[in-house]
Design a protein around this ligand. Structure first.
Ligand code: ADP
Ligand code: ADP
Ligand code: ZN
Length: 214
């Protein structure tokens, strides 16, 4: 089963992705995590991407398309995967539609997670991340030990793009560049709308009810 997770920044894609990956044995492919790892390791891609990420802007399509093309060809994702944070623009979606047939793959379902803006700001401003990819929230989803990841014990950090100015930018970028994808995938008849303004387990129930059909 191949899944796309669509939704604004802070809608809970990463949080739900961890749970989906465990229950349905699909690989979690987060382009944000891949980019952040490159930034940490100071690779040429990371150096280029950081300028855009810190400002809350999208990294150029050509870089992302190359990342995803490589990742989808790896053996570990052939049993099923979940794309989190890709595609984010129409050109990225069109590129994906070209890549998939050459890999004999298709997307089964796009989970479109909807959350109102004021809730997104509250979630992003309190988010704390681990470099293993898990995210927490200081009030809504705190770790067992303050400042430490439940899963790997790593130190949690506040992302540079989870500060007020970058958050507002990212929400605007989502509306301008990513939201049109809802229409794009609706035309393909593969969208499932998920109410993301609920408690974490409740959202997972709704997602599970959808995925159980595949
Ligand atoms: P995304 O990957 O879509 O940007 P995350 O999964 O990182 O979003 O979640 C954003 C923030 O909101 C994190 O701090 C997370 O702990 C918190 N969060 C996720 N889902 C919920 C929810 N249903 N209710 C409240 N807070 C949530
Ligand atoms: P969030 O879910 O909180 O918006 P991500 O971790 O998915 O954050 O992405 C963080 C940043 O990485 C984005 O703001 C953007 O700069 C960059 N990025 C990730 N995926 C893409 C993509 N598909 N296209 C362009 N930029 C991307
Ligand atoms: Zn961790």
């Amino acid at each position: 089963m191949n899944i796309i997770l669509l939704g604004p920044p802070g809608s809970g894609k990463g949080t739900q992705a961890k749970m989906i990956a465990d229950k349905y044995s699909v690989r979690h492919i987060s382009t944000g995590d891949i980019l952040r790892e490159n930034v940490r390791n100071n690779t040429p891609l990371g150096v280029e991407a950081k300028k855009f990420m810190d400002a809350g802007q999208l990294v150029p399509d050509s870089l992302l398309i190359d990342i995803v093309k490589d990742r989808l060809a790896k053996p570990d994702v052939q049993g099923g995967y979940m794309l989190d944070g890709y595609p984010r623009t129409i050109p990225q979606a069109e590129a994906l539609d070209k890549i998939l047939p050459s890999l004999k793959q298709k997307i089964d379902v796009v989970l479109n997670i909807d959350v109102p803006d004021n809730e997104l700001v509250r979630r992003l401003s309190g988010r704390r991340m681990c470099k293993c990819g898990r995210s927490y929230h200081v009030a809504f989803n705190p770790p067992k030990v303050e400042g430490k990841c439940d899963e790997c014990g790593g130190d949690l950090y506040h992302r540079d793009d989870d500060k007020e100015a970058a958050i507002l930018n990212r929400l605007e970028v989502y509306k301008q560049q990513t939201q049109p994808l809802i229409d794009y995938f609706n035309k393909q008849g593969i969208i499932a709308n998920i109410n993301g303004a609920a408690e974490i387990p409740k959202i997972f129930e709704e997602i599970s009810a959808t995925l159980n059909k595949f």
